[in-house]
Design a protein around this ligand. Structure first.
Ligand code: ZN
Length: 700
């Protein structure tokens, strides 16, 4: 409550200041009059964002305040529905701001971003810690069975209540104070961990003045290493560390001593007993999170954190991971045998160790799995892949059609917009794609919405995909790798999840689902990239229109199973470590990270000398700083779902409208409107199994 008042005060003061420059001339002042309420990017100036966001925050706080202080008794309509209607100005401005700061930023936008970051956190606190608001939601929750609510409305009551309780709304004032102190310490420790790890990783760079030590690297890599040395005012060559245990340079370095040294630098980077040692920090973090969970009434942190996930309990997630270990490690052992034979055949005279793996696996890859990128790329021309692949699959499965809209404004000249029509010809959504790499764009690829679907608000989805494909020279075609093709299908899968949303309440709509479910629709859509019928339809030479030769296509499919025993074992080891740390009870002593890690891996049959975990506890940034604690398993969980779902399609006639429509109706359109396990099981007619995942990774 205290925080709420403070935040409201800050915002009110800002509003008065902002009020002068926020009015009808601001493009966010009223909902956009363009099709689908698409933002008027031709009218929006950088300077419009801050005033609109600040006014939106003030408006939302006023709305929430009015709901919380309503003198009428709490009802579903005057509380939860009213909350769903609040914050529309803020959302309008924030979604567009969120897009441009990630995909097309500049110094002015970055400045506004720094200014708004703590204010958005304060806005969230002002709502989530509002005790009067929670009292109303609790009153509705307690009588929910007798309110005659439809299933989606009931889900909204239960979900909202759960989120408040998860944040500690049910605690006494004294316990809330304790929680606040633990939260503060947690956030300090998370920052400390990152600061130490950044320094440790930088200090872990390998450096040498001996040219023979870097034998095997390409001329370009050696030149880059020499540049790196210069930047550090050193002689010779410097190879920096990346965040994972394995290091990319190990693929090329023929000098075994160098490989060993780089591996040791990586493995022990944050365990040197110096100022950058992270072990004490993470041990306390694990203990503190267990204490936080105990305060909130849970036996451990994962039990608390997973309450709103599809898996629901750490036991379910652990059981799932454990079941994958035997087949995966057995495959890794076969790969190790292949590598050992290669070492022996070259007269190596040693047993394969972790620092040898990448070097020899690369030789196996070249001999058995390689294909020439320059040979395949002419068959993956971007427009072909988009229209004859991505759009085609969506048409065959769901009946969608697409029409480019040149009349709608975009945020950058390369961006394209399509109107998406349903099978019956009705407009369904607007979809933007921003595919080419730019200096002012974040790395990677992602999907998000500018307008979310909601029957309550009468809005249809406005969705976008962003990627970082190489931009061709003017007049030249954009030729993609198969990885890029997969990325297009992946991000479009997220887009379909958002575009098919058919829900009343914005909080439950589209991609607003738990992290162990959110990658399922996107990864599911990836499967269509290599579905033979879809592949044959789009993989055609951009000049001749000839289909890709079958041998070349087969190589692409086969390459996906290369080194999967190793790759998946290291992921499983990291996932298990995460859950081991986050199922410690509050009564556990401060752990010694090395002992704890070794014992956990042994217990899980994952203490394998040649396959160390992808991240060691002392440099596992995902779980100690990036919010993935108790959640690293989610990647693999989603993968189980998408492989299982694709197997269902294969078993039921494949790419048909009937199958697509059923999947859309029972899963893709439902957002978070019902329990996700029940939703999935109802669609499948049973529970998902791990067999398709093992098959797809070539582990069976
Ligand atoms: Zn994704």
């Amino acid at each position: 409550m205290l925080l709420g008042i403070v935040a409201a005060g800050v915002c009110n003061a800002q509003t008065q200041q902002a009020a002068g420059n926020f009015g009808p001339s601001n493009p966010f002042y009223a909902p956009s009059t363009l099709a689908f309420h698409a933002p008027a990017f031709d009218k929006i100036k950088d300077s419009d964002y801050q005033a609109a966001i600040d006014a939106g925050m003030a408006e939302q706080l006023k709305e929430v305040d009015a709901i919380a202080n309503n003198s009428a008794a709490p009802t579903f309509e005057n509380t939860l529905v009213a909350m769903e209607r609040s914050g529309q100005l803020y959302d309008r401005a924030w979604e567009a701001f969120n897009l441009v700061t990630a995909a097309n930023t500049d110094p002015e936008l970055e400045k506004i971003q720094d200014y708004e970051a703590p204010r958005t956190a304060a806005l969230a606190d002002a709502i989530n810690l509002n005790t009067k608001l929670f009292a109303r939601i609790k009153a509705i929750y307690d009588q929910r069975a007798s309110l005659g609510l439809d299933a989606e409305s009931l889900r909204l009551v239960e979900y909202s209540y759960q989120q408040f309780v998860k944040a500690g709304a049910n605690l006494s004032d004294a316990d809330k104070d304790k929680l606040k102190k633990l939260d503060e310490e947690e956030s300090t420790l998370e920052n400390t961990f990152m600061t130490k790890l950044l320094a440790a990783t930088a200090a872990g760079a390998y450096s040498t003045a001996d040219r023979n030590a870097v034998a095997g690297l390409s001329e370009g890599q050696i030149a880059a290493a020499a540049e790196e040395a210069k930047a550090h005012k050193q002689q010779g060559w410097v190879l920096p560390l990346q965040n994972t245990t394995q290091q990319p340079y190990l693929t090329f370095l023929s000098n075994r001593e160098t490989r060993h040294a780089i591996f040791e630098n990586s493995w022990n980077r944050a365990e040197r007993g110096d100022a950058n040692d992270t072990r004490a920090t993470l041990a306390r973090l694990a203990q503190l999170r267990a204490q936080k969970a105990a305060l909130l009434g849970y036996p451990n942190y994962a039990a608390w954190d997973l309450t709103d996930q599809m898996a629901k309990t750490p036991e379910a997630a652990i059981h799932f991971l454990d079941a994958l270990v035997p087949a995966t490690t057995a495959k890794a052992a076969i790969e190790a045998k292949d590598i050992q034979e290669l070492i022996d055949s070259q007269g190596g005279g040693f047993t394969v160790e972790a620092w040898d793996w990448e070097f020899y696996a690369e030789q196996v890859r070249k001999a058995k799995y390689d294909y020439d990128q320059s040979q395949v790329k002419p068959y993956f021309e971007l427009n072909n892949v988009l229209e004859k692949g991505v759009f085609y699959a969506a048409h065959e499965l769901y009946g969608l059609t697409f029409k480019e809209r040149k009349d709608l404004p975009v945020w950058q000249a390369d961006v394209r917009v399509f109107e998406v029509y349903d099978a019956d010809g009705k407009p369904l959504a607007l979809w933007y794609c921003d595919y080419f790499k730019r200096d002012n764009k974040n790395g990677g690829a992602w999907e998000d919405s500018l307008v979310g679907q909601s029957k309550l608000l009468g809005t249809l989805p406005v969705v976008y995909n962003v990627a970082n494909f190489e931009k061709p020279a003017p007049g030249q075609p954009a030729l993609l790798s198969f990885d890029d093709v997969t990325t297009m299908f992946h991000e479009f899968g997220h887009a379909l999840h958002a575009m098919f949303a058919d829900t009343k309440y914005p909080s439950l709509s589209g991609t607003a689902v738990p992290r162990d479910f959110v990658e399922f629709p996107s990864q599911f859509n990836e499967h269509w990239a290599s579905n033979p019928a879809v592949f044959a339809h789009y993989a055609r030479h951009y000049k001749t229109g000839e289909p890709m030769p079958a041998e070349l296509a087969a190589k692409i499919v086969k390459a996906k199973t290369f080194n999967q025993g190793y790759d998946f074992t290291e992921v499983l080891a990291a996932s298990e470590l995460d859950l081991e740390w986050h199922t410690l009870p509050a009564s556990a002593p401060l752990e010694n990270p090395d002992t704890f890690e070794q014992q956990a891996l042994e217990r899980k049959h994952l203490a394998i000398s040649y396959v160390p975990p992808r991240y060691r506890s002392s440099y596992f940034l995902h779980i100690w700083n990036e919010g993935y604690q108790a959640g690293y398993y989610a990647y693999t969980w989603s993968e189980m779902l998408d492989d299982d779902a694709y197997q269902w399609f294969e078993d039921h006639g494949g790419m048909t409208r009937a199958n697509g429509d059923r999947f859309r109706h029972m899963v893709l359109s439902r957002g978070n409107t019902e329990d996700l396990q029940r939703m999935y099981d109802a669609w499948l007619g049973g529970e998902p199994t791990i067999e398709p995942l093992l098959k797809n990774r070539g582990l069976k």
